[in-house]
Design a protein around this ligand. Structure first.
Ligand SMILES: C[S@@+](CC[C@H](N)C(=O)[O-])C[C@H]1O[C@@H](n2cnc3c(N)ncnc32)[C@H](O)[C@@H]1O
Length: 200
């Protein structure tokens, strides 16, 4: 097979283009980083966009996740921050789909952050000093608020799975459960540059 020609559209978006995108949106006021302001409900420098008129697909919530956390502030920032055992309650119609999962040590859980806004493209998360693009963050605030966590499977009883490694509020909708393959999912030398050098 011949060499694949370079795809000019695959090049990284230049910083100037990113600036233009930002200018076309609506940044919040620049005076003092702080709480989300009333009305626009944006933190300093955050940018919101108008959402598309309609959705392109629909999905099924296949269960609910039960955790000890009732508010965002109670939740761990990520699944590694807590060793709480949480319960994934699968809609019984899907129970046959668990066959074989009892042999798995770690489970990739996908869930729907149902209490997150969906219109921010630039965010100032509570825990970081600087603004970043939504797709450079693990924030629940995103156009499709899908969250992911690699969890340790403690046990399965009927339609209930006990797992360690979640970070969501109680009753968060469940989207999917998949076995975690260390052989293909793990990238031990992966880097997130801004996180390594972040100011707190
Ligand atoms: C930073 S996100 C990470 C989620 C997931 N581990 C990921 O990386 O995709 C976790 C935070 O989302 C927030 N959160 C938890 N459950 C939520 C829900 N149902 N709706 C909106 N936000 C939620 C909490 O503030 C929690 O600390």
């Amino acid at each position: 097979m011949g060499a694949v020609p370079e795809d000019p559209t695959a090049k990284a978006l230049p910083v100037t283009a990113l600036a233009a995108v930002g200018a076309a949106c609506q940044p919040a006021g620049m005076s003092g980083r702080a709480k989300r302001t009333a009305g626009a409900d944006l933190r300093e420098g955050e940018i919101a966009v108008e959402l598309p008129a309609g959705a392109d697909a629909s999905l099924y919530f296949i269960g609910r996740i039960h955790t000890p956390w009732r508010s965002r502030d109670d939740c761990p920032k990520n699944g590694r921050e807590s060793d709480a055992v949480c319960t994934i309650e699968l809609d019984p119609r899907w129970i046959a789909g668990l066959q074989g999962l009892e042999t798995v040590s770690h489970v990739l859980v996908l869930y729907w952050m149902d209490r997150a806004r969906r219109d921010l493209v630039v965010q100032a998360p509570r825990h970081y000093a600087e603004r970043r693009g939504t797709f450079a963050l693990r924030s629940p605030v995103r156009p499709n608020p899908i969250a992911a966590a690699v969890t340790r499977l403690v046990g399965i009883e009927g339609n209930k799975l006990s797992v360690v490694g979640l970070d969501c509020m109680d009753n968060t909708p469940l989207l999917d459960i998949k076995p975690y393959f260390a052989s293909t999912d793990s990238v031990p030398d992966a880097i997130v540059g801004w996180h390594a050098t972040r100011k707190r």
